[in-house]
Design a protein. Structure first.
Length: 257
């Protein structure tokens, strides 16, 4: 892998540094499902020898300890664990520690990397300063009032990282006025618009816009700019089946995507 594909591959590793917990959890479970498919349980295998089961237990170790304050530390811990797993898998070596148990040494490294000190993952001295604590300690109507305030603050925080709106120029204002002048009034009949979307493409369900950079397709397991998973025609495993606009394993109740 080199050039553009390598750059795109690295960019997804960079995004991994900022995954919120819900998205991390979703991605983790998707990875477990794919791993389990390509590495099914061996008959009469001791569950303690099953690497996929160990990986699930690693997830439980992390998920059971997460708060809104220490999540960056545990995200770093998970990244370090996965880096070791894939490095050992590539070299066909066995992992030299037990995944189903908390590795205090790796956790300490993650703590120092994120906060500069060990023990910070279990430091709850400032938990009463968190917004969630205000909701937990509230009573009566204050619960809803503070809860809505907290939800609004999250929404504002998300919108704040996007580019600020550009103030309309006098030319834009004139154009908007002309559009308003031609807009039908309450007594005028409604005229249907063009069936195409705002970007000029036909509004055909599930039609993906052209990809402008390579992405990982979970169906063919390739990094490609030629299609998304909905348009994939060469699944890596020929047993999966089309279901509407998605894919599903034969006999499964829930689709892959």
């Amino acid at each position: 892998m080199s050039g553009r594909l390598l750059d795109e591959f690295q960019s997804w590793h960079n995004r991994d540094d900022y995954l919120p917990f819900p998205e991390w959890s979703q991605a983790f479970h998707s990875l477990v499902q794919m791993w389990r498919h390509f590495r099914p349980p061996v008959p009469d295998e001791d569950p303690n020898e099953d690497p996929v089961q160990h990986f699930v237990e690693h997830f439980l170790i992390v998920a059971a300890r997460i708060t809104s304050q220490n999540w960056p530390i545990w995200r770093e811990y998970d990244k370090r664990i996965r880096r070791i797993i894939w490095a050992d898998a590539a070299s066909e070596q066995s992992i030299n520690f037990v995944l189903s148990k908390l590795n205090s040494s790796i956790l300490a490294d993650a703590e120092v990397t994120i906060t500069g000190k060990m023990g910070s993952a279990s430091d709850f001295t400032t938990i009463q300063d968190s917004a969630w604590w205000a909701i937990v300690s509230a009573s009566g109507s204050d619960i809803v009032k503070l809860g809505k305030k907290f939800a609004d603050s999250v929404t504002r925080a998300i919108s704040a990282i996007r580019s600020p709106p550009v103030a309309p120029t006098s030319k834009d204002k004139g154009k908007r006025k002309r559009e308003d002048d031609h807009r039908p009034g309450p007594s005028e009949p409604f005229r249907g618009g063009d069936s195409r979307g705002g970007d000029g493409r036909s509004s055909v369900p599930y039609e993906l816009p052209g990809l402008n950079r390579p992405l990982f397709c979970i169906i063919c397991c390739c990094i490609t700019a030629e299609h998304g998973w909905q348009g994939c025609k060469r699944p890596a495993n020929n047993t999966i089946q089309r279901q509407g606009a998605g894919w599903i394993w034969p006999g499964a109740k829930v689709g892959i995507c």
